[in-house]
Design a protein around this ligand. Structure first.
Ligand SMILES: [Zn+2]
Ligand SMILES: [Zn+2]
Length: 519
């Protein structure tokens, strides 16, 4: 719709529009000033007042515009105004609230070309009378189907406006035909009077035969007639449409949407870290949480199991006795116990179970804690242990699969976040791995010289794709789940001279093509 309006107003979609608006407004303002002065002069000299605005406007060659009225549901007036701001330079006024008189004056004076108003205000008697005084070039109605009731006040107002101004009405709707054919008649007749004949003829020839055919026991003859009439109706209303089907409008611009998932193989260092991480106590705990406990509690189960001879019997036994099994997570592996916890001075919890410790470390002091399961004097075990750490554990794996840098500590983060990350980094990076990490440190460096190709399989794939797309002058939008990952990508593009040059060229190209986008 905005492009239709842009075409009506002969917009170029460039900065020239703004220039033209300023020139136009200056001319109009001068004309208005001249009129005021001549009024004043006339009063002083006692001669008659020359107040023919048209005359004055003509004398200074202010361009005349007949304005456009846009009627929208009252709740979206602001959205429409913002759309105009987004898509180009338009002089747009809003007829709403206490400023509506002013907005109307600006339209009458020729300062604004477009006036947006809400449907309810348009329908209101006093306001309709004001709006109907203007000679509109075209009236655009958003959510046009809301005017389908021929007896409603809003419909009558629109009909009156059309007859008074003799201006075309453009209705916008996604659902022209809602329930009854009669509604369709009103909507079509309003924008193209007489196109589908009189209301009576329409009812007898079109709407009745079609309705009869909807009866459950309709005879073939009735069905045939209805089909014929429907075809007539379709042909009759076609000239009333400015259809905007996405496939038609953008036929040459839109390529088919294709989704392709590319699996990126991890680099050697990623694999090394991944394998190390899933062997950490936090991960062992999660991986084997649903296995039968090995402490002897399931002795009876296994004794019975051994008696089963065939594979089929074994399966059957498993199914029948599943209920009596005690799982690791319910028994001896509920918390990541330290295997050496019986020795003097050893903590109860495995020192490397960083994720569990971080999720359960609490300020102890409230008497209620004593009733709960407090371990090592600072951890409060929760109801869902050990699976309570699943999400945070998965997230670490996601990070390592994305880029090893994401597990390094970012000095820009809060002290608390840094402390947590450092604790995990210390168990995730063995001394051997640490040597291969950027900067050889637990901390993230600026990474100007980082060899992302060696570090991350995803970066390697992205680099390959970007180079290809940009060479073909495709525009590329990169989305990521995490801003940290985007930072790494941005750094990489900046450092990779070739990609950076290409992407700058692409940005210029985009700006250039946007200039001609609206025209
Ligand atoms: Zn056990
Ligand atoms: Zn827990």
């Amino acid at each position: 719709m905005i492009s239709l309006i842009a075409a009506l107003l002969k917009k170029t979609g460039t900065g020239l529009d703004l220039l033209e608006i300023n020139q136009h407004c200056n001319k109009v303002k001068k004309a208005l000033q001249a009129r005021e002065e001549s009024k004043h002069q006339a009063l002083l000299t006692g001669f008659g007042i020359k107040n023919d605005a048209d005359d004055t406007l003509e004398t200074i060659e202010a361009p005349r515009f007949t304005p456009i009225l846009i009627i929208v549901p009252s709740s979206v007036v602001d959205n429409w105004q913002n759309e105009f701001k987004t898509w180009g330079h338009f002089n747009v006024g809003v007829y709403a609230g206490s400023n509506r008189e002013k907005a109307l004056d600006r339209i009458k004076d020729g300062l604004d070309f477009i006036l947006i108003t809400g449907k309810s205000l348009f329908t209101r008697a006093g306001d309709y009378d004001e709006l109907a005084q203007v000679e509109w070039k075209v009236v655009i109605v958003d959510e046009y189907h809301e005017f389908k009731n021929g007896k409603s006040q809003s419909f009558k107002r629109l009909q009156d406006l059309r007859d008074n101004c003799e201006c075309p009405i453009v209705g916008m709707t996604g659902t022209l035909m809602q329930n009854k054919h009669e509604e369709l008649f009103f909507l079509i007749d309003l924008v193209r009077p007489g196109l589908i004949g009189s209301k009576e003829a329409f009812r007898n020839e079109i709407s009745r035969p079609i309705t009869y055919a909807r009866a459950k026991d309709a005879k073939q003859k009735v069905l045939d007639l209805a089909e014929e009439r429907e075809q007539i109706l379709r042909n009759a209303i076609r000239p009333a449409f400015l259809e905007r089907k996405k496939e038609v409008v953008l036929k040459d611009e839109l390529t088919e949407k294709k989704e392709e998932v590319i699996f990126c193989e991890l680099t050697d260092i990623q694999k090394k870290i991944y394998r190390h991480i899933i062997a950490l106590p936090d991960y062992q705990q999660l991986r084997f949480a649903n296995a039968p406990c090995d402490c002897g509690v399931n002795k009876q189960y296994f004794r019975g199991y051994k008696k089963m001879k065939t594979h089929r019997e074994q399966l059957d036994y498993q199914r029948r006795n599943k209920g009596i099994l005690t799982l690791k997570k319910e028994c001896c592996y509920r918390y990541p116990w330290n295997p050496l916890r019986d020795e003097p001075g050893e903590p109860q919890i495995e020192p490397d179970a960083i994720l569990w410790k971080q999720s359960h470390e609490k300020e102890i002091g409230c008497p209620i804690d004593i009733a709960q399961n407090v371990i090592d004097g600072k951890y409060v075990a929760c109801q869902n242990c050990p699976t309570c750490t699943t999400l945070v554990a998965m997230h670490k794996l996601y990070k390592i699969s994305s880029h090893p840098n994401l597990l390094q500590v970012d000095r820009l983060e809060s002290a608390a976040a840094q402390k947590k990350k450092l604790e995990f980094a210390k168990v995730a990076f063995t001394p051997e791995i640490l040597k291969e990490m950027p900067g050889g440190s637990y901390y993230k460096s600026d990474g100007i010289m980082d060899d992302h190709m060696k570090l991350s399989g995803k970066m390697r794939t992205l680099d390959y794709c970007l180079t290809k797309f940009l060479k073909r002058r495709n525009r590329v939008l990169v989305f990521s789940y995490s801003t940290a990952a985007l930072d790494v990508i941005q750094n990489h593009i900046k450092v990779s001279e070739y990609l950076y040059l290409l992407s700058i060229k692409m940005m210029l190209y985009e700006m250039y093509s946007k200039g001609s986008f609206l025209s």
